[in-house]
Design a protein around this ligand. Structure first.
Ligand code: HEC
Length: 111
């Protein structure tokens, strides 16, 4: 009986340790998310001049006019919902926190 309780306590501690960092926005690596999910179309440099990005018409994140014309909320909305036949939606792939952490990554291209 005691062993069983001990196992449960240890397991809960282990799960807490593994799950908690994923929930805290500070620990989400936006750059890593961008590299894994967005570079294919938007490119390392954010210009969108990749085979796929250019073909589909991705905008240049370095363009100040693009940056001025879009709000943080619209960036999150674009990531969540995508654009039909151009950019697939990420709402089933990324958490709300992960999408938010991507905003400063997109903004950094315009600085
Ligand atoms: C399959 C290629 C593809 C992938 C992958 C992709 N995008 Fe896009 N994205 C596009 C295209 C094409 C557009 C332009 C859509 C349009 O004209 O409405 C776009 C537009 C955008 C825009 C700007 C919307 C606008 O009005 O111009 C943002 C911000 C954006 N993507 C962020 C991301 C982020 C962040 C990721 C990774 C999580 C990502 N995209 C992944 C193709 C992609």
């Amino acid at each position: 009986m005691f062993t069983r309780i001990l196992i449960v306590v240890v397991l809960q501690a282990a799960i807490g340790f593994l799950v908690l960092p994923g929930i805290l926005a500070d620990d989400i690596d936006g750059q890593d998310l961008y590299t894994r999910h967005c570079v294919l179309c938007h490119g390392e440099d954010g210009t969108g001049k990749t085979d796929l990005g250019a073909g589909l018409g991705a905008r240049d994140f370095n363009d100040k006019k693009f940056q001025a014309g879009i709000t943080d909320e619209q960036i999150v909305e674009q990531i969540a919902s995508g654009t039909e036949e151009k950019m697939f939606p990420f709402k089933d792939k990324l958490t709300a926190e992960e999408m938010k952490v991507l905003v400063p990554v997109i903004r950094a291209f315009g600085e």
